[in-house]
Design a protein around this ligand. Structure first.
Ligand code: SAM
Length: 230
């Protein structure tokens, strides 16, 4: 996933002195690469999870005050001091339930003409896992918003973006069968599902999902976004 982030970062043209918001910085792995591309600029590393920000602070300490950290929910207006030159985000937007609010909040902190470059899970993402979960009788669709480009372009335009490009691409990802797959499902893909179950039912649930997967390859689908603030 960090490699995917590196690839997406390559789509963001930078001169090196901009201020860039990393929306959903997580533990800061991709943020670190972003900060390296901004020797005269600044990164605002934003995330909703305090534990992620603790790890990101540790990883990015060497950049000193060129990186600042903001604990915030991208679904709410963002508490930044001034506008940023660009918004960058990877593997995060699908965790935000209201994409209209998300894009309005991002447009609200981006200077006119500033770019947004992002990637997140898109329509069809991990469909095999979601199918397996449904076969087990679980009716909760999960915490994600896996949107299509057709839904996303008008949302972004309504929020004040222009030159919006949105496309899906498949990123089939092989998993090591057995215990590594179950651990990956439990800690990454199905974490929210597992958290809702009593302790004693978690391992069995994950094993039954893993057994139902048609192949040891996870069917990731990414939604790619490139746009400019009007
Ligand atoms: C899979 S991580 C991605 C981290 C990093 N961007 C990367 O590509 O490695 C997703 C991050 O989104 C954050 N997140 C989820 N919902 C959020 C929200 N509503 N507002 C801000 N951050 C959120 C999570 O806390 C998590 O750190």
């Amino acid at each position: 996933m960090t490699w995917w982030g590196t690839e997406v970062l390559g789509r963001l043209p930078l001169t090196g002195d901009e201020t860039v918001l990393d929306a959903g910085c997580g533990s800061g792995r991709v943020t670190e690469e972003l900060a390296c591309r901004l020797p005269g600029g600044r990164v605002i590393a934003a995330d909703a999870a305090p534990s992620m920000l603790v790890e990101a602070r540790r990883r990015l300490a060497r950049f000193g005050d060129r990186v600042t950290f903001v604990e915030c929910d991208l679904g709410r207006p963002l508490p930044l001091d001034g506008p940023v030159d660009a918004v960058f985000s990877t593997a995060t937007f699908h965790w935000v339930p209201d994409h209209d609010a998300l894009f309005a909040n991002l447009a609200g902190v981006l200077r006119p003409g500033g770019r947004l470059v992002a990637q997140c899970g898109g329509a069809g993402n991990v469909a095999s896992v979601r199918r397996a979960v449904a076969e087990l009788g679980e009716t909760w669709p999960g915490p994600w918003t896996f949107a299509t480009p057709e839904e996303t372009v008008p949302r972004m335009e309504a929020a004040g973006f222009v030159d919006v490009e949105a496309w899906l691409h498949e990123e089939p990802t092989p998993l090591e069968p057995g215990e590594p797959t179950e651990t990956f499902l439990a800690t990454v893909v199905l974490r929210a599902h597992v958290d809702r179950l009593p302790e004693g039912e978690r391992a069995g649930f994950v094993r039954r999902v893993a057994e139902r997967l048609p192949s040891p390859t996870l069917d990731y689908v990414r939604l790619n976004l490139v746009a400019r603030r009007a």
